[in-house]
Ligand binder design. Structure first.
Ligand code: GN1
Ligand code: MG
Length: 373
C-alpha cells in the first residue's frame, strides 16, 4: 500500500461518510481511463466480531470526461431507472457526500473528481473462452439496453460528444497524423495508410445514422466483457458496470465493441498482433446471448449491419489508440512504451481478420435473429 494513496482514499471515504476504521485498499487495474480502488473498512458485525466492508472508489479522468458533474447526473438517472425496473437484482448505488449537507454523488478535491459506489463481490474476465460466461455477458448487455428502452434519451447529457462518430474520429486522427506533434507518425506509416484505406467502410454506421437509416437507442457504449460483474461460483452475470458513456447510440456500437474485445483470440494490448482474430465460437455465444434479448426490437438495417459493426468498432478504436500515441499518450492509461501503438496494431490485425470472416459472422447473426425475433 502506498501511504499517500491510502491517506487520500481515507479522506475521500470520510467525505462520503464511510463508517469504520479504514483498513486497506487495492487498485483495480482494469479500466483504461478512470482510476479505480477497492477500499476496505473494519466493521463490527453486531456480535463483536470484525468484518470487512468494501467500497468502490474512483477518480474520474477529467481529461476524458470534461464535465464530470453532468456525467454523474447521467449515471445517477440511469442507475435509478434500472433499480426501479429490477429492484430484486444486484444494482449499483452511488454514495452521497456528507461534507456540505448538499448530498452530492461526487467530491471535488484538489482538482480531482471522486465518487464512491457499492462494492459487488464478484469476478470479472478480461478474456474468456467459457461460452456460458460469454453468452451470459451477451444477455447482460442485451438486458441492459432493453431496460433503458423506455428511458427518455433527451434527458441524457453527451458525456463525450461524438464518442462513436467514426467520421469525426477519423478527421481528428488524420489531422493529428499530419501535424505529427511528437514525430511518431513515420513509425506507424503502414498502420495509418491501412486505416485510411478502409475509412469509408469503417464509417458505414455513422453515415447510415446521419442518413436516418439506423435508429438511435440508449446504449452502454463501452461493452467490454470486463464491464460485467459475474458471480464467483456460478459465473452468471450479476450487473453491468461503467456507465460513464451511457448515451444515445446504435445497437451496433454495443454489439461491435463487445465482440472486438471478447471474441479476439488475444488480449486487446497483445504484442502478438499476428495472433489476433475473431474466435467464431465466442462470437456465436455472445451473439446468441445478446440477440436473445434484443432481436425482437431490431430493424432489418440493424440486423444487416451487426457483423459489420464489429469491423467498424475495431477500426474506430484503432484510430483512437493510434491518435493518442501520435499525441503523446494523453488519453488512455499506458503502462509500457508504445502501449497505444501496440493496441492499435492489435485492433488493425483483428479488423483484417473480420473482413475475412464477415460472411460467417453475418450468417451467425442471422441465425440467432431467426431463432429469437
Ligand atoms: C476505455 O475505461 P475503459 O477501459 O472501460 C474507453 C473505451 C475503449 C476502451 C478500450 C470513456 O474504456 O471507449 O473502447 O478503453 N472508454 C472511454 O480498452 O474512452
Ligand atoms: Mg469505460
Amino acid at each position: 500500500m502506498d501511504p499517500k494513496i491510502a491517506r487520500k482514499l481515507q479522506q475521500v471515504g470520510e467525505a462520503f461518510g464511510l463508517q469504520g476504521p479504514f483498513f486497506s485498499y487495492d487498485e483495480i487495474s482494469q479500466g483504461n481511463v478512470n482510476t479505480t480502488y477497492r477500499t476496505n473498512y473494519i466493521r463490527d458485525d453486531g456480535t463483536g466480531m470484525a468484518v470487512i466492508k468494501s467500497f468502490l472508489v474512483q477518480r474520474v479522468n477529467t481529461y476524458a470526461f470534461r464535465d464530470p458533474v453532468k456525467l454523474m447526473t447521467n449515471v445517477d438517472m440511469v442507475t435509478e431507472h434500472i433499480r426501479a425496473r429490477r429492484p430484486e437484482g444486484i444494482n449499483l448505488h452511488f454514495h452521497h457526500t456528507s461534507v456540505t449537507g448538499e448530498r452530492l454523488t461526487y467530491l471535488v478535491d484538489e482538482a480531482e473528481f471522486w465518487r464512491v459506489c457499492n462494492y459487488v463481490p464478484s469476478v470479472t474476465f478480461d478474456s474468456c473462452e467459457d461460452l456460458n460466461v460469454v453468452r451470459s455477458a451477451g444477455k447482460a448487455f442485451g438486458d441492459f439496453q432493453m431496460s433503458l428502452s423506455d428511458f427518455d434519451a433527451s434527458k441524457l447529457y453527451y458525456t463525450i460528444p461524438d464518442f462513436h462518430d467514426t467520421r469525426k474520429r477519423y478527421e481528428t486522427f488524420e489531422k493529428d497524423a499530419k501535424a505529427d506533434p511528437c514525430g511518431r507518425a513515420c513509425a506507424a506509416a503502414e498502420e495509418i495508410e491501412w486505416l485510411l484505406k478502409v475509412k469509408d467502410k469503417a464509417c458505414t454506421l455513422t453515415d447510415m445514422l446521419n442518413e436516418g437509416k439506423l435508429p438511435l437507442r440508449v446504449t452502454h457504449n463501452d461493452t467490454k466483457i470486463n464491464n460485467v460483474l459475474f458471480d464467483a461460483d456460478t459465473h452468471e452475470a450479476l450487473v453491468v458496470v461503467d456507465l460513464d458513456t451511457v448515451m444515445p447510440g446504435l445497437v451496433g456500437h454495443d454489439f461491435g465493441d463487445a465482440i472486438r474485445f471478447a471474441a479476439n483470440f488475444v488480449e486487446e494490448d497483445s504484442a502478438q498482433a499476428d495472433k489476433a482474430g475473431v474466435n467464431l465460437n465466442v462470437f456465436w455465444a455472445f451473439a446468441d446471448g445478446f440477440l436473445q434479448k434484443v432481436a425482437p426490437v431490431l430493424t432489418k438495417a440493424e440486423v444487416d449491419t451487426l457483423a459489420l459493426s464489429c469491423f467498424v468498432l475495431s477500426c474506430e478504436l484503432a484510430t483512437r489508440f493510434l491518435d493518442d500515441w501520435l499525441l503523446g499518450d494523453k488519453y488512455f492509461r499506458v503502462t509500457k512504451p508504445d502501449h497505444n501503438l501496440v493496441r492499435a496494431r492489435c485492433q488493425i490485425a483483428l479488423a483484417k481478420d473480420m473482413l475475412v470472416k464477415m460472411d460467417a459472422m453475418d450468417s451467425i447473426v442471422k441465425g440467432c435473429v431467426a431463432k429469437y425475433a
